[in-house]
Design a protein around this ligand. Structure first.
Ligand code: ATP
Length: 369
């Protein structure tokens, strides 16, 4: 068992910077949870407080029901994998893997068994005699993960472990770490600023901004039901488009009208009640790029709103095409399957799928519907 609970946890550096602000997270036994957010949002500080490398200014951290605030790192039964690998350059891979166990005075047979088992799990058997400088980046990262595995800890912490690897290797290591999670059945807490890494690896994701938790949810819920405009814009690539406007009533219908009036449509029935209940008038309309179409030939039954705009830029990516266009002083982007033959500088009609739109309160930026 390894349930980790953060209760009203804050970190204040030098009595001024509130790096982590009243964070509450309950991480279930065997869960893979990802902390994600822009640079400086407090992810690493949160992880370091769990590891015991940073004091907790306020609140409590519990592992399996026991408060660990004052427990030294070595007694927390936690292993951390760092971004820079932190390998000993003068030691072989075997010695790097065995080092922590020797310090703990485990007997030689047990050390040998654990090192060989970790090497097997990570495919490092061939490299046990090599020094770190004779390994590739991906192999070094595996040794860093191996050093955590041999300790057989209750909880694994990962601090941006893949950020020094090239794009292809990152994808490969992502699947390896996910496989490892299944094989070891351990609780894992993983920090990244990369939302794709978060979406592909996490059972649940904690989105942070300015030291505060914005939303804790499954990848799919974060994508489909973002709690606020920040989460909506942070999760998904390319990002969600936003158009400012107002909700108005006319002839017993509720309309959305963009600020300069170039987009106007009736609010779909299933979304109407949220506006009537909450009495919100000024809003941000949110549309994901894949929900803007150039034609609704394929799905004529889908209700759409239309806007006209000049095409600014086309990005053919092979399996998809991104089209950038201007709308009321905003740059918007639409995403289309395959190759689209269209010319820069031409005026085009774009169709917004009204079943897939989001609304956020302009002032609080919280989700309306
Ligand atoms: P990144 O993705 O860039 O690593 P992060 O989300 O992990 O960012 P933290 O490293 O936790 O963010 O930093 C959170 C805030 O705390 C930042 O404003 C940072 O400048 C500040 N901070 C971090 N460490 C210290 C420190 N030792 N002393 C003072 N301020 C610090």
């Amino acid at each position: 068992m390894a349930e980790v609970i953060l209760k009203n946890v804050s970190k204040i550096y030098d009595d001024k910077t509130k790096a982590v602000d009243n964070v509450n997270i309950t991480i279930a036994d065997k869960e893979f949870i990802v902390l994600v957010g822009p640079s400086g949002c407090g992810k690493t500080t949160t992880l370091r407080m769990i590891a015991g490398l940073e004091d907790i200014s306020e609140g409590e951290i519990l592992i399996d029901g026991k408060v660990i605030n004052n427990l030294p790192p070595k007694d927390r039964d936690i292993a951390m994998v760092f971004q820079n690998y932190a390998l000993y350059p003068h030691m072989s891979v075997y010695e790097n893997l065995a080092f922590g166990l020797k310090l703990r005075k485990l007997d030689k047979h047990e050390i040998d068994k654990r090192v060989n088992e970790a090497a097997r799990i990570l495919g490092l058997e061939k490299y046990l005699d090599r020094k770190p400088k004779a390994l590739s980046g991906g192999q070094r990262q595996r040794v860093a993960v191996g050093r955590a595995i041999v300790r057989n800890p209750k909880v694994f912490l990962f601090d941006e472990p893949l950020s020094n690897l090239d794009a292809k290797l990152r994808v490969q290591m992502r699947t390896e770490i996910s496989r490892l999670h299944k094989e070891l059945g351990a609780t894992m807490i993983y920090v990244t600023h990369d939302q794709i890494e978060a979406m592909t690896m996490g059972d649940r994701i904690v989105v942070m901004k300015d030291g505060c938790v914005q939303q804790i949810d499954t990848p799919l819920n974060l994508y489909n039901l973002p709690a606020n405009k920040f989460v909506a814009g942070f999760i998904g690539s390319p990002s969600m488009n936003f158009i400012k406007g107002e909700i108005a009533e006319e002839n017993f219908n509720l309309f959305f009208q963009s600020t300069f009036g170039n987009l106007k449509f009736i609010i779909p029935d299933e979304k109407k009640n949220s506006f009537i209940e909450k009495k919100i008038k000024k809003v941000w309309l949110g549309i994901r790029p894949e929900n803007i179409h150039l034609t609704n030939k394929d799905k004529p039954s889908v209700s759409v709103a239309s806007l006209k705009s000049e095409i600014l830029l086309i990005e053919p990516l092979g399996n998809q095409t991104l089209i950038y266009f201007n709308f009321e002083n905003n740059q918007l982007v639409s995403e289309h399957h395959g190759f689209i033959s269209i010319s820069k500088g031409t005026i085009h009609e774009f169709l917004i799928d009204l079943n897939k739109i989001h609304f956020f309160d302009e002032e609080s930026e919280m989700r309306i519907t």
